[in-house]
Structures are given as structure tokens and as C-alpha cells.
Write a protein that binds this ligand. Structure first.
Ligand SMILES: [Zn+2]
Length: 280
């Protein structure tokens, strides 16, 4: 029996809008429509040379941008999800996991690695939106918790790069438990005086915003990122009022005191290492 059935027909996302880092020779900016060579786009850290639109990228691209000589060691690479609820929607959950693994080459929606950023040892957990909308299930929570354990054991800083639609409904309560688990682990990191930096990227929403993404010693973001808990439609219907312009953009969230600063992805590595240098 299906847990949910889609009532509204015609809600479709074309395959090309689901892609994270586009390949092929040319890249067309979805914001200003300017075309640029993919090599140039990569050199600009996947931002538009014309309007600075930050394309969504995954853990692989962040690891390559951040780690010195792109050298890093991945932690818990083979951890993958069980099916605690025997969940079925349009597909059985294990079949959905298998199909997504095959399509993305990933085991779940987060990858953790340790290495050096401008000679500073660090652990980085980066989320992948291409894996079921970057949803947070038990594997995401467990990998982040283990990444924090590694940072604690080696007394090195922890960087979380969030990109998520929120909790993974196929694991229901098990997903929500990850909020408490990761928050408790981060408290241990804070007690030990080890820096935790949280980078929120487009989009960071739901249970991820409500737990580890907002618990950094520094909460930073990329320009233009959507940051929020519930979506604007739900909020509008709940409060019965129109929302202010730019609501839930990184710039709006910064203005209202929820972020420490916004960092251009091209400067991310240097800003990060100078920040960590000051905290050391
Ligand atoms: Zn552009």
C-alpha cells in the first residue's frame, strides 16, 4: 500500500533542471542567460562570470574547490540506508535508494572527508541535493555525527556544507532523531573548544536549518541562497499576510541577524582558512 499518492497531475521537473553541475561544452546561466565555456565556469568555482549566480554544486565539487591539491580521505564512504518503516510511495524505499545510487554514484545525501585547507587540517561534511533532495535521513545524521567524532578525536575544526529540502519523509521519526543526535554531537565539539563553521548553500530548509545548519560558531552562506524552515506558501497561508520582498534569501537572513557573513564561493577557501587561523 502506498503511504502517499500524488493527487495533482502535471507537477514535473524537467531532467535538465534536476542536474547539479552541468557538463558539455557550454554552460548557460539560468539567471542572466549568458553562455560561458564550462571550463571557464569551473575556473570561476561554478559561478557566472557575468551576474555571479552561484550554480548548485555537490560534495565532489566542494571537496575539489577546498582541499589542497584536491587530496582528501573520505570517511564512512560505504554507509547506506536501511528501510526501518517498510516505506512505499510510488516506489519501495529500498528501490528508490538503489535507483538514486545508480543515477548519482552516491551512497546517500552527505559525504564526509578530512584533509587540509591552505595547510589547516579540517573535517568537511558536504550534502548532495541530487540524492533525494538532500534529505536528512539516518545515514546523513550518522555520517555527520561520525565526522564530528573524528574532528573531536583529532582536535581539528569541522565544516558543514548544507544543501537540503529537510528531513527524509521515508524515514519519518528516524529522520527527526538526527536533529537531536547531530546537535548533541556539536555540543561536545563546542565544549572541547573546537571550531564549527556552518556554510548554508542553496537551498537549506526544514529540519537541517532547524538543527546543525544554524548551530555554527559561524553561520555563513553563499550569495542568493534560499534559507528557511517552511516554504513561503505555507507561511503565507499560516499567517495570512504577504511576505516581504527577498524573504528567505541569504541577504535577507543576514540582514535579520541569522548569518554572520555571506561569502562568494570564489573566496571560500581563503576566507575559511583565515577565519580558522584567527580561531586557532
Ligand atoms: Zn549569470
Amino acid at each position: 500500500m502506498s503511504w502517499f499518492t500524488r493527487k495533482d497531475k502535471g507537477i514535473l521537473t524537467p531532467t535538465e533542471s534536476k542536474r547539479e553541475a552541468p557538463d558539455g561544452l557550454w554552460y548557460q546561466c539560468p539567471s542572466c542567460k549568458k553562455a560561458m565555456h564550462t571550463r571557464e565556469h569551473r575556473l570561476f568555482a561554478y559561478t557566472c562570470s557575468n551576474c555571479n549566480y552561484h550554480e548548485k554544486i555537490g560534495s565532489q565539487e566542494y571537496f575539489e574547490l577546498l582541499f589542497d591539491q584536491t587530496k582528501y580521505t573520505e570517511l564512512d564512504a560505504m554507509l547506506s540506508s536501511g528501510d526501518p518503516l517498510n516505506f512505499v510511495d510510488t516506489k519501495r524505499y529500498p528501490d528508490r535508494i538503489k535507483a538514486t545510487e545508480k543515477k548519482t554514484g552516491l551512497k546517500d545525501a552527505v559525504r564526509t572527508a578530512h584533509g587540509k585547507v591552505n595547510d589547516i587540517e579540517i573535517v568537511v561534511s558536504a550534502m548532495d541535493f541530487s540524492f533525494i533532495g538532500g534529505s536528512m535521513g539516518s545515514v546523513v545524521g550518522e555520517k555527520i555525527a561520525r565526522g564530528i567524532d573524528y574532528a573531536l578525536a583529532h582536535k581539528i575544526p569541522f565544516l558543514m556544507i548544507s544543501k537540503s529540502g529537510g528531513a527524509r519523509m521515508m524515514e519519518a521519526g528516524f529522520s527527526l532523531m538526527q536533529m537531536a543526535k547531530t546537535s548533541a554531537k556539536l555540543a561536545l565539539l563546542a565544549e572541547a573548544g573546537i571550531p564549527y563553521i556552518s556554510l548554508l548553500t542553496d537551498p537549506t530548509t526544514g529540519g537541517v536549518t532547524a538543527s546543525y545548519a544554524m548551530l555554527g560558531d559561524f553561520n555563513i552562506s553563499e550569495p542568493g541562497a534560499l534559507i528557511g524552515f517552511a516554504g513561503p506558501r505555507v507561511i503565507r497561508e499560516t499567517i495570512g499576510k504577504d511576505l516581504p520582498k527577498g524573504f528567505q534569501s541569504a541577504e535577507f537572513v543576514l540582514e535579520h541577524g541569522f548569518l554572520d557573513f555571506i561569502v562568494d564561493r570564489k573566496d571560500l577557501k581563503d576566507k575559511l582558512s583565515s577565519l580558522l587561523g584567527m580561531l586557532a
